[in-house]
Design a protein around this ligand. Structure first.
Ligand SMILES: [Zn+2]
Length: 255
């Protein structure tokens, strides 16, 4: 293996349940806080490296439960967004952030163009190509996927408590998001909001644009407040809830 990743690091992208029967394709860009061994600790403390700046706690666990309950495919990035944030294009500053919330990231303070290129080639390009390859293959087989990207967010951001519990995010195509919000409204279960705590203006819809909008797929991004999915019980409750919302929404869209 050449470039950033070593033999021990393994592959950058994981694909689970590719032969799934459901059209849903789950994507988790911030699944892991793992760093490639060549990156060291980026100058950060173990505390910072296990916090939400390194990954989306709970997002992969909920995705894997949804993968089973829906019989859906799942594609995720195996390395931390601190090295490369796969929900950002290579030209974006936020793809390799020098500051994330209240943390400065010394290892990202002055990255050379060559090092940026190496990270992009090692993590972003294979992620993008795996996703687009999977979508093309399904479309060619007459089974266009439904793109569902899975994230979690911190309950306290810049010292401020967030009330929103689940965000249903979309860019210009809001077909699936509208159905999910309508289904959620009936349950009155969580504080669920449209395009909160982030929205398209924050640059968080890169994967939706690149792989959903450009290919015409139904798409949505789900943001879960991470204190709700910090243990297995919370993850199961959330996965059951989202299974219901997605199932109902897809049934109404296919009518
Ligand atoms: Zn995320």
């Amino acid at each position: 293996m050449t470039g950033l990743l070593t033999e021990t690091d393994g592959l950058p992208v994981a694909v689970e349940n590719p032969a799934a029967s459901s059209p849903v394709l789950l994507v988790c860009e911030h699944a892991s806080r793992r760093l490639p061994e060549k990156m060291g600790m980026l100058g950060l403390s173990p505390e910072a490296l296990s916090s939400h700046i390194a990954w989306d706690p709970g997002a992969l666990a909920v995705s894997q439960l949804l993968m089973k309950s829906l019989d859906a495919a799942l594609i995720y990035q195996r390395f931390s967004r601190l090295v490369y944030d796969c929900n950002r294009p290579p030209e974006a500053e936020a793809a390799m952030p020098a500051v994330s919330e209240v943390f400065e990231i010394p290892g990202n303070a002055a990255i050379s163009a060559a090092a940026r290129g190496e990270r992009t080639e090692a993590l972003y390009v294979p992620f993008r190509d795996t996703l687009s390859g999977f979508i093309s293959m399904r479309k060619a087989g007459g089974r266009p996927p439904v793109l569902v990207t899975m994230h979690s967010f911190t309950p306290v951001y810049h010292g401020k408590q967030r009330d929103v519990e689940v965000g249903i995010l979309h860019d210009t195509d809001k077909r699936l998001a509208d159905c999910m919000l309508a289904a959620a409204e009936k349950t009155k279960r969580y504080d669920i909001r449209r395009n909160e705590p982030y929205g398209p203006a924050d640059g968080v819809t890169h994967t939706l644009i690149e792989h959903g909008l450009k290919t015409g797929l139904l798409n949505v991004m789900i943001e879960i407040r991470n204190d709700l999915v910090s243990d297995e019980i919370g993850q199961r409750v959330m996965a059951d809830y989202l299974t219901g919302l997605l199932g109902e929404s897809l049934a109404s869209l296919s009518q």
